[in-house]
Design a protein around this ligand. Structure first.
Ligand SMILES: Cc1cc2nc3c(=O)[nH]c(=O)nc-3n(C[C@H](O)[C@H](O)[C@H](O)COP(=O)(O)OP(=O)(O)OC[C@H]3O[C@@H](n4cnc5c(N)ncnc54)[C@H](O)[C@@H]3O)c2cc1C
Length: 424
């Protein structure tokens, strides 16, 4: 009689989990692929949904469709709430459980408010499709309300957009909102001049894009200022309310506040009772196993692993993908009785961020680019990493349209009554 196949449970169908499943193609395994959402999401372009540049279906794919040709993969729409490591079971929110021989936790991270959870209703974070459409609703509704507002102070607060955190997401949000206000919307409104909208990017540190070389970060700041963004550096936010933001000694009346500052890992470390870093990331072994559990791997944004130079692998998509491919290779090697690959080693391929039309920065380490060339390369790289011909063509066409006509077709206020800039 043949042995039953080795049961691999992969929790999370983001960049890391998907790479594991892809990497195990052909291995003698039965995979259960669990995610609490039914889609894989290309988070790097989420801000484009939030700013009405792309539609949701251009950056997300049903998980079932991605593994339809893999009969050994069973997809479950379910939320994992715990791991019983002794019994080798993951526990689901509905009380059911799924048994594994090998478990891979790839449950990502979520935005976090540095201990100020009370800010969350007012400072929207960006992580899921729902977050993006909520932000899009908030931005577009603010313009709608301003169009009907007679009190100049309220109108100005409606037309003020504060973004907290000047990493790639904050920079991309600020640049695109400025372009939306100055290029796309002006001819659509009659009572307000949308080009006078204020976009204020607030950063506690001394630079925008702090992870980039100084020259690129300077370029990004200047480009934002050219687009009309007010860049406020070196001032930490101390309060966020329905009326706006307090940072340093300043109070800014803004009805739309977006959060692009902190993240916290999923509770994978808590599920295992294992050590974590300050952001809740599970400290894994050099082969990405949980301490004391060679049968449990954890990858991507939910883990912390230092490279040979002691620097942690960054929380970005290529790191999650590389870790996913590595774990698949370890599992396949174990099942084949081959020696396991050497310890995981992250290889940084480069950093890219878009600031606005014809403005981007690229840092490959050996080559640094800014301006139009960087922007075209940024676009080509992102189109390449999307899944399938349909999404690639659709995104390319949407971007060409925005570039040529300044039109953003996804300017839809959905999922909720258009009550305005105040938090729902
Ligand atoms: C707005 C934004 C912009 C970004 N821009 C870039 C960029 O330009 N370049 C770049 O390289 N990286 C970027 N990143 C980071 C990148 O997206 C992440 O590093 C990457 O997604 C991490 O992959 P992951 O597999 O660890 O987690 P994720 O891709 O987040 O996937 C986690 C999956 O786990 C599922 N899940 C979570 N908890 C549970 C649970 N309890 N039960 C079941 N399922 C669960 C989630 O639904 C999700 O599908 C960006 C991230 C964000 C939020």
């Amino acid at each position: 009689m043949r042995d039953p196949p080795h049961r691999v449970v992969v929790v999370g169908a983001g960049f890391g989990g998907l790479a594991v499943v892809k990497g195990l193609a052909g291995a003698p395994v039965a995979i259960t692929f669990i995610d609490r959402r039914n889609h894989h999401l290309f988070q790097p372009l989420l801000y484009q949904v939030a700013t009405a540049s792309l539609a949701t279906s251009e950056i997300a794919w049903p998980i079932r469709g991605l593994v339809r040709d893999r009969p050994e993969v069973t997809t479950l729409l379910a939320e994992v709430v715990g791991v019983d490591a002794a019994a080798r079971r993951v526990r689901l929110a509905d009380g059911a459980s799924v048994t594994y021989d090998t478990l891979v936790l790839a449950t990502g991270a979520r935005h976090a408010y540095f201990g100020h959870d009370e800010w969350e209703p007012f400072a929207l974070g960006l992580k899921t499709i729902e977050d993006a459409t909520k932000i899009r609703r908030r931005i577009l509704t603010a313009f709608e309300r301003a169009e009907r507002e007679s009190d100049p102070a309220v109108r100005q607060a409606l037309l003020t957009f504060a973004i907290i955190g000047a990493g790639p997401t904050g920079v991309e949000l600020a640049g695109t909102i400025a372009e939306l206000a100055r290029s796309t919307l002006p001819r659509d409104f009659r009572n307000i001049d949308t080009a006078k909208a204020r976009v204020v990017l607030i950063e506690a540190g001394p630079r925008v894009l702090a992870g980039y070389a100084d020259a690129l970060s300077d370029y990004a700041r200047r480009s934002l200022e050219d687009l009309g963004v007010e860049v406020e550096l070196g001032r930490a936010v101390t309060a966020v309310t329905a009326d706006g933001v307090v940072y340093g000694e300043r109070r800014l009346a803004a009805r739309t506040v977006l959060w692009a500052a902190g993240v916290r890992a999923s509770p994978a470390a808590e599920w295992l009772g294992a050590p974590a870093d300050g952001a809740g990331r599970l400290r894994v072994e050099p082969d990405l196993c949980a301490p004391g559990h060679p049968e449990i791997f954890a990858i991507g944004d939910t883990v912390s692993i230092a490279g040979p130079d002691g620097r942690p692998a960054p929380g970005i998509a290529p790191a999650a993908k590389q870790q996913g491919r590595y774990v698949a290779a370890v599992v396949a090697a174990r099942l084949a009785g081959r020696p396991a690959p050497a310890s995981f080693r992250y290889r940084h391929q480069g950093s890219l961020a878009q600031i606005g039309k014809q403005r981007a920065v690229i840092d490959f380490g050996w080559l640094r680019l800014t301006g139009a060339l960087a922007w075209w390369l940024w676009g080509a790289a992102h189109i390449y990493f999307l899944i399938g011909v349909r999404a690639r063509l659709s995104v390319a066409l949407s971007w060409l349209w925005i570039h040529a006509r300044d039109q953003r077709a996804a300017r839809l206020i959905t999922q909720g009554a258009p009550q305005g800039g105040a938090p729902p």
